[in-house]
Design a protein around this ligand. Sequence first.
Ligand code: SAM
Length: 278
Amino acid sequence: MRNINKINYEKHIYPNFKKILDKIYSSKAIREYIYGTLFIKPQNYQISLLDAKNALYSKRVLILENKIISGCFVQDIGNFEVINSIQKFFKDKNIIDICAAPGGKSILLQSLGFNVLAIDKSTNRIRKFEENLSRLNIKMNIQKIDFLKKKFTDKFNSILLDAPCSALGTFRRNPDVSVKVEQSLIRKHQKIQIEMIEKSIKILNKKGFLVYIVCSFHPFETIDVIDKIMQNNKNIKLHTIDSDKMIKRKNGYFINPLSFKDFGGSDIFFVSVLEKLK
Ligand SMILES: C[S@@+](CC[C@H](N)C(=O)[O-])C[C@H]1O[C@@H](n2cnc3c(N)ncnc32)[C@H](O)[C@@H]1O
């Protein structure tokens, strides 16, 4: 058996990993917690969708006991915090989830009372999404669409964009992200993320809300993306999120994994709430 204490992971870490984290998390306590849990496999959680009254994660999360019970969807607790804290912005409960597969956020939204149109371009990921829905015994409108190619005739009031990214924030479950991620790849992600937000803004109604999420803490995919969007779009207002489990940075929020210490930490997500003013 491997002795985890004997492996010197430090030398394998993506050289900029610490530098980037230090930029985002000014609190030493948070940074030390993150470094301390870098290679510790997270506990898994089940989120029950069976009881609508128990909608908050504190009640809904149960420790997984080596099996997925039907009616439950396993996902990181940070995911729930993000969706729970932004749901109030979506006054129109008909929401389009642009990068939806395998369904984590769509399913949470549906369980919170939203009517979700879920789109994704990946056949394989949609298959996984359908398996999840079938296990949960729920239905949802899923469409295989490449968002960047599709010509939309309708406009929307509520858009969720959980964009493709480096997934740096999932380092506990995927330690390879911290060593493999290349600056050039992150730049490519940034280009797509900006393209997706620009297109989302075009199909957003006046007074409509767009929530941008990535499971990354790299400034290129988070703060810089929103900076560029704000420079190009004078009709966008950013909104404040009320959550004691996230930290605010220039134009968005990062999950604070330390606030989930009792649950074994969490993945890191970035989230920004955009309203189209005119
Ligand atoms: C971060 S994952 C989404 C995770 C999902 N929201 C969840 O919570 O389970 C990003 C998704 O974007 C999809 N995607 C990437 N480019 C796309 C495009 N042009 N149109 C639609 N979906 C796209 C990928 O197939 C992938 O499933």
